[in-house]
Design a binder for this molecule. Structure first.
Ligand SMILES: [Zn+2]
Ligand SMILES: [Zn+2]
Length: 323
């Protein structure tokens, strides 16, 4: 079946997914500039705000709340929501599953079943019509069209019903698990806890309501904001900016710069080539910058993870783009 496809000013009709792989061309400079302005700009603003507020509304313990919260909920997303629940990259005990499901919920990227359904649909239609968050499907040319595409892939897709996945269709396996249904339904509770806990810690450390306020602000709101944008950058940046090591029927790319802060998620071309792999970093250096992979290796060593999916070298070679 012919698949209509737009990419910037060009339009392209592929006869098959494999034909798409031969079409992948460098991304325009306009796209790169739009990307930089839209994503790096607000983060630079935040760093400036942190410097200005240091000592008044931003303290050393707020940094700890921010970093610890970011690590826990980030691992909840990459190891839990993504590698464990979406792709079944490893198996683990029930209490570990539920811990990851709750930590992922506290990242406030949506209830577990909805997140997994959207992400499975993203893999099914990667950068083709039906993909909930591709930066390549909206029409138009030039800087503003590029910005619009990026905005859609980054956060805009969350505000439109179009393209979102049906839970019954995409996650029947998880829907069958009572514990996960309950965790899904209690999403609002996990959200509240993820704000209240840093607030309480701030209150007890400082001894007044201002401590609670900065705790909620840095350990809650800003921690959520940062992880949101890192996760969303995988959907936007990593689908048109970076290197491709493997053939895949989409625009996925590896972006080393985001690897550590995204827990290894930005080895995104590797991931689209081998979605079930527990490890997104494939080469030695990539694996050294894949914190999600480290966590799974650690769980395996503790006897808490098994059936860990590894991609043999021959399979990697069969999809390699290296000459
Ligand atoms: Zn992707
Ligand atoms: Zn995935």
């Amino acid at each position: 079946m012919a698949v209509p496809r737009r990419r910037g000013a060009e339009s392209f009709v592929a006869e098959s997914p494999s034909q798409l792989t031969s079409y992948l061309s460098p991304v325009s400079r306009t796209h790169k500039i739009a990307n930089f302005v839209g994503i790096v700009g607000p983060l630079v603003g935040l760093v400036v705000a942190m410097a200005l507020l240091w000592g008044s509304y931003f303290h050393p313990h707020d940094v700890v709340l921010l970093v610890v919260g970011y690590l826990l909920t980030g691992v909840g997303i990459t190891v839990g929501y993504h590698r464990l629940f979406t792709h079944r990259a490893f198996a683990t005990k029930k209490w570990v599953r539920y811990t990851f499901a709750i930590l992922g919920s506290m990242a406030v990227e949506g209830p577990i079943l909805a997140w997994v359904a959207d992400h499975r649909k993203h893999h099914q239609f990667s950068d083709q019509h039906g993909d909930p968050h591709s930066p390549h499907l909206m029409e138009g040319e030039g800087f503003f069209a590029a910005l619009k595409n990026l905005f859609h892939a980054h956060v805009g897709w969350l505000f439109v019903a179009e393209g979102r996945a049906e839970i019954q269709k995409y996650v029947p396996d998880l829907l069958a698990e009572r514990g996960l249904r309950i965790i899904h339904k209690l999403f609002g509770v996990w959200l509240a806890i993820s704000l209240i806990v840093p607030g309480l810690i701030g209150y007890f450390l400082v001894g007044n309501w201002r401590g609670a306020l900065t705790g909620v602000l840095w350990g809650g709101a800003i921690r959520i904001f940062l992880l949101h944008h890192v996760t969303f950058s995988i959907n936007s940046i990593c689908h048109f900016w970076g290197r491709r090591n493997f053939k895949s029927a989409d625009e996925s790319r590896n972006v080393w710069l985001l690897s550590l802060i995204s827990f290894g998620e930005s080895w995104h071309n590797n991931h689209h080539a081998f979605p079930t792999s527990a490890f997104h970093g494939m080469k030695r250096l990539e694996a050294a910058m894949d914190p999600g992979g480290w966590v799974i290796t650690g769980l395996e060593k503790l006897g808490l993870a098994w059936k860990v999916v590894r991609i043999p070298r021959e399979r990697q070679a069969s999809k390699s783009l290296a000459a």
